[in-house]
Design a protein around this ligand. Structure first.
Ligand SMILES: *Cc1c(COP(=O)(O)O)cnc(C)c1O
Length: 400
């Protein structure tokens, strides 16, 4: 008998796989669950004695391959392994990390100039869950030590360097040294740098998170995040939290990220060299009052950045003479650059912080932090440098 099933049952079943040689590129697995060969295998996998994919919310081959790759990149200099997880967004990476490491009564110590969403998460959501946040200037190391020493509830030091939009930097090694003296775990948002430019695990940071939506993917077509831990036990807690809060990355976004990662090194090289040239060009333009770029020797944190970053990346900001009206007019005149609220894409993006990312920050606090009404943030792309400089030139030359 050739057919053991009737044709209508045959339709339902997946046909015998026509798989022989290994695919050259990572396949996109769209299967919400995985088949157990026999009951013994099911028992072994569920009890953790055997590794195997079970259910898509716990991960799948596409997702886990990419997570492992990012972990290997962040852990490149470590003697041992690092452990990585992909999440549904950068924000879910931060949420999952906080949920897996903190409980009611704990406090987080962090900086005032975090990514806006991170600040809101801490102030609105985690606060309601009983986790308090202390905001301070993490560049002031004496103050940091003083706060940690006098508050045993601090169970996480969370930071970003360089920080948006002034590119203020924190000395990663120094901050980790203080935190570890008081056994406080540290976590960094490494979105702006990627492991190609900065590897915080090698400087003693316990956790790295990413919005892979930005540079790691680089093409502006997926939303995802990553959490990397250097400690195995800590990584198990993250995995448990992730599978229970259900914010695992979807396979398609993981697959897009996998494509983007292949060109990370050449993209970051070009982002960095283009940004340096644009920063230098803007600095000498008579309609520009100030440029914030870590690669400029007069940036207040140039030295810290030089110590911990291999190149200075693609993010910069500058202020035009005048104020909001002049900044907005400049943005509207740009032709090669696009006005969009993201960063890290291959094309150059501009944004007006005072009316977007920092809209809800008091003008006085904004100005104290160097975020003027005339400031424009630039995520420098990988286009030909001449086209970019000409674009800024024609837009700025039209002022007045
Ligand atoms: C975009 C961004 C996030 C949030 O990431 P999503 O992928 O949008 O959730 C967090 N941190 C930084 C530095 C970011 O730029």
């Amino acid at each position: 008998m050739k057919n053991t099933l009737k044709l209508n049952s045959y339709c339902v079943k997946t046909a015998e796989r026509n798989e022989s040689t290994k695919p050259h590129q990572l396949p996109l697995y769209l299967s919400s669950s995985f088949v157990m060969e026999d009951s013994q295998e099911a028992v072994d996998i569920f009890t953790g004695q055997k590794k195997g994919h079970v259910y898509g919310r716990y991960g799948n081959p596409t997702i886990d391959t990419v997570a492992n790759k990012i972990a290997a990149m962040e852990g490149f200099d470590l003697a041992g392994d690092a452990y990585g997880f992909l999440t549904s967004s950068g924000m879910s990476a931060i949420t999952t990390l906080m949920m897996s490491t903190l409980q009611a009564g704990d406090s987080v110590l962090t900086q005032g100039n975090l990514y806006g969403g991170s600040t809101e998460l801490l102030k609105k959501i985690l606060f309601r869950m009983g986790v308090n946040t202390i905001f301070t200037n993490l560049q002031n190391l004496e103050e940091v030590e003083h706060i940690i020493k006098n508050n045993s509830n601090i169970r996480m030091l969370y930071f970003e360097t360089p920080a948006n939009p002034t590119m203020a930097c924190i000395d990663i090694k120094a901050i980790n040294t203080i935190a570890s003296k008081y056994a406080v775990p540290t976590a960094i948002d490494n979105t702006f740098c990627t492991p190609y430019l900065q590897r915080p695990l090698s400087l003693g940071t316990d956790y790295v998170i990413h919005s892979t939506t930005k540079y790691l993917n680089g093409h502006g077509n997926s939303i995802a995040g990553a959490i990397i831990a250097s400690d195995y036990d800590a990584s198990r807690k993250i995995w448990e939290t992730l599978k229970l809060n259900g914010s695992t990355c979807n396979p398609f976004d993981a697959w897009l990220l996998s494509n983007g990662l292949k060109t990370l090194a050449i993209r970051m090289d070009k982002h960095s060299s283009n940004a340096q040239k644009i920063a230098e060009y803007l600095q000498q333009h008579d309609k520009v009052t100030h440029v914030n770029y870590n690669g400029l020797k007069d940036h207040p944190d140039h030295e810290i950045a030089s110590k911990q970053m291999s190149q200075f990346g693609g993010m910069l900001s500058f202020s035009v003479q005048g104020g909001q009206a002049e900044a907005l007019a400049t943005i509207d005149r740009l032709k090669c650059c696009t006005h969009a609220p993201t960063l890290g894409d291959v094309d150059t993006l501009v944004l007006h912080p005072a009316t977007s990312s920092h809209l809800n920050v008091d003008k006085q606090i904004r100005e104290e932090n160097g975020i003027t009404d005339g400031m424009i943030r630039v995520s420098v792309g990988i286009e030909d440098i001449d086209d970019l400089i000409n674009d800024f030139k024609q837009a700025l030359d039209q002022l007045y």
